[in-house]
Write a protein that binds this ligand. Structure first.
Ligand code: IPE
Ligand code: IPE
Ligand code: MG
Length: 243
């Protein structure tokens, strides 16, 4: 397909990203892992900006997994600190640039001041419509599914929901991503080719794109490559569709 042809094909509406490789980026330069996370936060800013320019309406970023607590207390603390700095410094810009910021995942174990800060950021950007940026924090795909099952089981126990009303739609609505369409494209940087408990249910039909580059090295050209790669994919959803 010529690039002109691919330019006419729709780009991904929802891009989900497993931002991996910060630690290796730092280690390769003889720095502590935190330096890689800091540089990773810089990359986030650029990607949010460029994704908006490429017409991506939803960007979901895996920032901290439910399993990342297994790291050293020091690294976890540094990550929380970086998140705090990121929200503090970027909130005005995000708000003024039409970004609607939301957080998914269990935030109750996060430091309280950070929880307050995130709630404020969500409230202040709620009305924005240019791009919805969702940060997955202490997020696990399996946990999301179990929470949805519990929520629906409670509905049944309370007599508010019939067992036969547990449908694909109802299940999706009980997930933390109920306000988002399913991701069209799942990107993972850093060379690993696995989903690491990210959006398990939601990525049922996502196109996968694995990039060897480490997350802190990701820039506007890579966002362009993501969009272009997606435009060359043929999605069939189980049907038989000509090329
Ligand atoms: C991704 O980079 C960021 C988080 C998981 C918080 P890593 O910290 O996993 O970096 P690598 O994979 O060790 O290089
Ligand atoms: C996935 O990366 C989680 C985030 C990017 C936040 P990990 O580095 O934690 O994944 P594994 O351990 O290599 O599967
Ligand atoms: Mg990693």
């Amino acid at each position: 397909m010529s690039s002109l042809e691919s330019d006419n094909r729709p780009g991904p509406r929802h891009v989900a990203v497993i931002m991996d490789g910060n630690g290796r980026w730092a280690q390769a330069r003889g720095h502590p892992r935190t330096v890689g996370h800091r540089q990773g936060a810089e990359a986030v800013k650029g990607v949010v900006r460029t994704a908006g320019e490429f017409g991506v309406s939803y960007l979901t970023l895996f920032a901290f997994s439910a399993e990342n607590w297994k790291r050293s207390a020091r690294e976890v603390q540094d990550l929380m600190g970086l998140l705090r700095t990121f929200v503090q410094r970027e909130l005005d810009d995000l708000r003024d640039n039409g970004v609607c910021l939301r957080v998914i995942g269990d935030r109750t174990p996060l430091p309280e001041d950070l929880q307050d800060m995130l709630a404020r950021a969500e409230a202040q950007t709620r009305a924005n419509r240019r791009i919805a940026v969702t940060l997955a924090l202490n997020y696990g795909g399996r946990q999301d599914i179990v929470n949805a099952a519990q929520q629906m089981a409670q509905g049944v126990a309370d007599g508010e929901l019939g067992v036969d009303e547990i449908s694909l739609q109802a299940f999706g609505d009980a997930l933390s991503t109920s306000s988002l369409p399913d991701p069209d494209l799942l990107v993972r940087t850093g060379g690993e080719q696995r989903i690491s408990n990210f959006l398990l249910w939601q990525c049922a039909y996502a196109e996968m794109f694995f990039i060897d580059k480490l997350w802190p090295d990701i820039g506007p050209d890579d966002v362009h490559a993501m969009v272009e790669t997606y435009q060359h994919r043929r999605r069939r959803f189980g049907a038989i569709i000509g090329s």
